[in-house]
Design a protein around this ligand. Sequence first.
Ligand code: CTP
Ligand code: MG
Length: 213
Amino acid sequence: MTGLVLAAAGSGRRFGSEVPKQFLELRGRPLYLHSLETFLTYCGCAVVVVPPDHVDQAEGEVKNLQGGERILVRPGGEQRQDSVRRGLEALPEDADLVLVHDAARPFCSSALIERVIESARLHGGCIPVLPLSDTVKEVEEGQVVRTLERSRLRRVQTPQGFRRPILEEAVRRAAQDGFVGTDEASLVERLGRPVRTVEGEAANVKITWREDL
Ligand code: CTP
Ligand code: MG
């Protein structure tokens, strides 16, 4: 069975709204519910990780979704990685494949979820990626250090999918070593485990700044 950890425990510092961005209404419902509903078709269980003071509210909201009885709500942690670890710990035993998704990406399609699940089952780990259109340079104190080879670079999205034991080991080892990554794949990569890529989606944007909505 595939399990989902929906990371919705951030405070949205860059977005800067009173209510964290994932709880803002979009077309009549909180942002985080949009992706959750899409995932429930493919995931037998889900853990939604939210800020500790939003647990009661989220429990009330997910109850009303179709498949709501398969959703748990848990308080998140300081770093995204801590939130994901808590979600992972709460996933039912029979979830052997795990998808981790940013609640701040409400427009993820069913086709993308299917691609990630299929490849993660096959290879152990999978992430959606897109090519870059801008040139990327390494900069130090306002000075260009070097230009990176754009054709070899990709920008990375969620959902990211992993066989559960791989992700669990990666999360445990990162905590042990004090390593903080910006996505789950980076924790898996440092174990030397393979991470495959599938094509991401331009529409699968992460709501980060006010302009994004
Ligand atoms: N997230 C989380 N727990 C944290 C931090 C982030 O679950 N401690 C989640 C966010 O809720 C979001 C996703 O991870 O759905 C991607 O993070 P990001 O877009 O950076 O959201 P925030 O961390 O909330 O925003 P900011 O970095 O601007 O504060
Ligand atoms: Mg953040």
